[in-house]
Design a protein around this ligand. Structure first.
Ligand code: P61
Length: 908
């Protein structure tokens, strides 16, 4: 069974969110027709066509369009992909699925001829050509049964009878017809219809746009696992196949039609230039063909098909299990409208009412397209499809949607009908409706049960799991150091949240239209203005990343021999303080060193310790106080606003500068909002401003909270300091107005700031980490409490009590976690802390931890469920993990490159 996405998130798109009263106005303007609602007001657009996520290979393909009029390379790529994956030899490209159908009908239907099909709705294209469209789907389709029942089979007797009567142009099978909620056609039925067609001399046309979903259920029925052979077998039944690129191939646009029959193929190929474009592009751009071609190749990734199916199943169960009348389709879950709104009369447009109510209460758009009459009466009126785009939404989001549906079901009595203003109109998008009661829907209670990611998946990157044997070999090669593993060997990468963020399409948009000059670009000016506004510091200086800012600040502000008190060390921060001749002194509260303490503000500075240090050396001998937000090494622990205020006062009294490490400032602000009742109703942005107001400047590694893969900031209020910082910047980093960053990254950084301050985003971000922590606690794993915001830290001393600290328990545990689960984590203990230069002994810090760091917007909760179950397994085998011996040790920051060997061979 597949339990988590076989990919990680590479790029996200923000979801639009509106309040329900705002949606009410939108609905009024849209004539209560869901199709007329502007897409930018929809949160969840539940259409499986063209709304799916792309793989990052598809995105790359989009950039290599060969826009030649004739014989484009992308056409060749598409042709060879379709041949190799689907076994389809001769390709006639079209601009979309309708383009393919248009070629089909215009070349193959003569006036008066019949088309037999299982589409379940009126076919205007056939009628327009003078043909007669006859639905021959079996009666079982009306049950809307689960996909294993093959409800979309053709009624063989009806097919036979019509073929016998003659005048049939072709038989057209859709493998998972939308109008029957994507029910499936069985392979036996295909074979039998094929036999009938052959006998009758009539071509069989198969629409293979949803061939993966169909083949999945046919392989299951046969007890087989070979999905791609079933795909080939299905294609083999057809004389003509056609495909909409925007479905299984996850493209946005495109299609093709093909025939193995020479005569038909020649007609299609001649006709394509009349309606679509030249026979080597057929109305597609080169880039569209490339995206399509890559999508076709990726149809062979069976895990993608399994994951999509698992999502449909989860979505179905989350509603069915709570009593909602729903049907499980192959790519949609359909609501049984009559049973959902039994109090509405025939003429009250129940399907449109339900669609409007779903939009109103959750920003959800169900799919109502095509003929108006189909949706107002008869079969079409019976169900409302919620189609899942492929790989675009997370389990959390599906749960939320299900909550909205359940909430609506429980309050269905409050829902009133709609009356059509123009019931005779042809197409659904033209329909206008008015409420039968002006208070329609307004009493529906809001659903607040789920915090969900405020973005959908735009681009994903496949991940793969090596076998345990291979993982063991990879870890051996890496000298039991997770920093030395290769990324391609990792299933879920929790090494760091630094630079690993999935950027948004909004950031990418800014990066594609940049002024690339290093000298005073608009991006620099905008960045400085935005960060100054939000952080409240006068001078904003970009650097290439955090440690560069630390180096400059330490060099400028520390005189050799000066003390630098701080709330726990961070590796690079302390190193730069020491390089400048400073002496770091830990003044964090004692609770921070106790993994079991549940003190809410473990990031606080202990004022007594700080006061004592000031008394000991005198204020003038303190370079500055180094005050980290969401203290990394303590477990991602926040400081309180009260503490910031008090530390600030104390510093001010003694003329000591207070410099923040604001790397995870937004997360600290969120924690203040959650933990301090005085800030419950204050926005994260305002909290951040207040926090910053207590300091004199900061360094930031923007690769964390500010949503970029590269970038840093050095900020201060003092003109003198800023001048000195800038001098160093030019010597060490790059130009004044880039700090060594690409202007594209500067624009991404500017846009990342606004995204990080979105209250919905930061709530979901912190919630994800908290949930992981709580699940590990429930599984009995010893972690640092309370769970922090960017990472969960496992207490390796407790996990491996049989190891001495000089056998590097955290290092051993990190290596073992990779071998057992394919998940990469980071040691934060004896190896990271290093040796005391005076004694040469390991420091043996109080905290011997393994860090599970959560990249931003990259993984879903399903991934973390996998992580928890794997670590739980290891916990049961923990005594089998022996200690390590260090066999290679660099002098500084040794943890990055050190190598180890297990003292005894590991066998778990
Ligand atoms: C991390 F193993 N953090 O957490 P730069 N301040 C703070 C950081 O967390 C931080 C920097 C400054 C990393 C990357 C990393 O020993 C390690 O942009 C609170 O990385 O230069 C970085 O910012 C430095 C991992 C750094 C390490 C040092 O994963």
């Amino acid at each position: 069974m597949i339990i988590s996405e076989p990919f990680k998130i590479k790029e996200i798109k923000h979801l639009n969110r509106r309040k329900s009263h705002e949606r009410w106005h939108v609905l009024q303007n849209a004539g209560f027709n869901i199709l007329e609602v502007p897409a930018d007001t929809v949160t969840f657009d539940l259409v499986a066509r063209g709304m799916s996520a792309w793989s990052h290979f598809q995105k790359a393909g989009y950039m290599i369009g060969d826009e030649a009029y004739a014989g484009s390379r992308n056409y060749q790529h598409l042709q060879s992909a379709v041949k190799s994956v689907l076994g389809v030899e001769r390709l006639v490209p079209t601009h979309n699925g309708i383009g393919a159908e248009k070629l089909l009908v215009t070349t193959m239907v003569k006036p008066g001829q019949k088309v037999l099909h299982n589409r379940g709705r009126l076919d205007r294209l056939v009628a327009f050509n003078g043909g007669i469209s006859i639905d021959v789907t079996s009666q079982n389709a009306r049950e809307y049964a689960a996909p294993d029942q093959f409800g979309a089979d053709l009624d063989l007797a009806l097919v036979k009878q019509n073929l016998h009567e003659g005048g049939v142009a072709y038989v057209h099978i859709v493998l998972c017809p939308d109008a029957w909620n994507g029910q499936t056609v069985s392979f036996e039925n295909l074979e039998e219809v094929n036999g009938l067609c052959r006998a009758g001399g009539v071509p069989l046309v198969i629409d293979i746009s949803n061939i993966l979903e169909n083949a999945l259920w046919n392989t299951r029925a046969k007890g087989s696992e070979d999905l791609m052979s079933m795909v080939r077998d299905i294609v083999d039944q057809a004389d003509v196949v056609l495909m909409d690129a925007a479905q299984d191939a996850r493209a946005d646009i495109g299609g093709f039609i093909s025939s193995r029959v020479d005569d038909i193929f020649t007609k299609l190929r001649n006709q394509v230039v009349v309606f679509e474009g030249l026979h080597t592009y057929g109305g597609m751009t080169g880039r569209a063909m490339e995206v399509f071609a890559i999508g076709v190749r990726e149809m062979e990734e069976v895990d993608y098909t399994l994951w999509y199916d698992a999502q449909v199943d989860q979505f179905y169960r989350s509603m069915a299990d709570r009593g909602v009348p729903v049907y499980r389709g192959t790519k949609a879950v359909a609501i049984d409208v009559a049973n959902f709104l039994p109090h509405l009369k025939e003429d009250e447009c129940a399907k449109f009412v339900l669609a409007a109510a779903l939009y109103l209460s959750g920003g959800i758009r169900a799919r109502i397209v095509g003929d108006a009459a189909f949706h107002l009466k008869g079969e079409g009126r019976r169900f409302l499809s919620l189609e899942l785009p492929r790989h675009a939404y997370t389990g959390n989001q599906l749960e939320y949607i299900a909550d909205v549906v359940v909430n609506l079901y429980e309050n269905r009595a409050k829902v009133f009908g709609l009356s059509p203003v123009n019931p005779e109109t042809s197409f659904a998008d033209e329909l206008r409706l008015v409420p039968n009661n002006n208070r329609l829907f307004v009493q529906l209670p809001d659903v607040t049960s789920h915090i969900f990611e405020p973005h959908k998946i735009a681009i994903f990157e496949p991940i793969q799991m090596l076998s345990k044997e291979k993982r063991k070999a990879a870890m051996e090669k890496a000298g039991s150091n997770t920093f030395l593993l290769e990324s391609q060997d990792i299933y879920i990468d929790l090494l760091t949240d630094s630079g690993t963020t999935a950027m948004s399409s909004y950031q990418w948009e800014g990066m594609t239209n940049t002024t690339d000059s290093a000298y005073n670009s608009r991006h620099y000016a905008d960045l400085v203005a935005d960060y100054a506004e939000i952080l409240g510091f006068k001078h904003i200086i970009p650097t290439h990343q955090g440690r560069a800012a630390e180096h400059i600040m330490s060099t400028v502000m520390i005189k050799p021999g000066q003390s630098v008190p701080g709330n726990m060390y961070f590796t690079t921060t302390k190193l730069h303080q020491e390089i400048a001749g400073g002496l770091f002194l830990d003044v964090i509260v004692d609770e921070a060193h106790d993994p079991e303490s549940t003190f809410a503000w473990k990031g606080n500075i202990d004022l007594t310790k700080l006061r004592a240090e000031i008394e000991r050396v005198g204020g003038e001998n303190i370079a500055y106080v180094s005050f980290e937000m969401s203290v990394n090494m303590a477990g991602g622990q926040p400081f309180s606003m009260e503490n910031a205020r008090q530390v600030s006062e104390l510093c001010q009294k003694h003329g000591i500068a207070l410099m923040f490490d604001a790397t995870r400032c937004v997360e600290n602000a969120r924690m203040i909002k959650v933990k301090d009742p005085a800030y419950t109703h204050v926005t994260v942005q305002e909290i951040l401003r207040e926090m910053m107001s207590y300091g004199d400047g900061c360094t930031i590694s923007c690769k964390k909270d500010f949503m970029v893969n590269m970038g840093g900031i050095l900020a201060c209020n003092s003109d003198v300091l800023a001048g000195q910082f800038r001098e160093m910047l030019r010597i060490w980093e790059g130009d004044l107005t880039t700090g060594g960053l690409d202007p594209k990254d500067i624009e991404a950084l500017r846009r990342g700031l606004s995204e990080s301050l979105d209250d919905h985003y930061i709530a979901a971000r912190v919630e994800q980490t908290q949930e992981l922590g709580h699940k590990l606690i429930e599984a009995g794993i010893p972690i640092v409490k309370p769970p922090g915001s960017h990472a969960i830290f496992i207490n390796a001393r407790e996990f491996l009590p049989h190891l001495d600290q000089d056998e590097y328990p955290a290092q051993a545990l990190a290596a073992a976690i990779y071998i057992e689960t394919g998940v990469r984590v980071m040691e934060r203990g004896n190896v990271s802390k290093g040796r005391n230069p005076e004694t040469g002994e390991n420091y043996r810090p109080a905290l011997e931890l393994v860090r599970l760091t959560i990249p931003r917007r990259v993984y879903s909760n399903s991934h973390f469920d996998y992580v928890v179950s794997g670590i739980r397994r290891l916990w049961d085998n923990r005594e089998k993990i022996s200690g390590l011996e260090m066999v290679y040790e660099p002098k500084v920051l040794r943890f990055f490159q050190a190598q180890f060997e297990p003292k005894e061979p590991w066998c778990f």
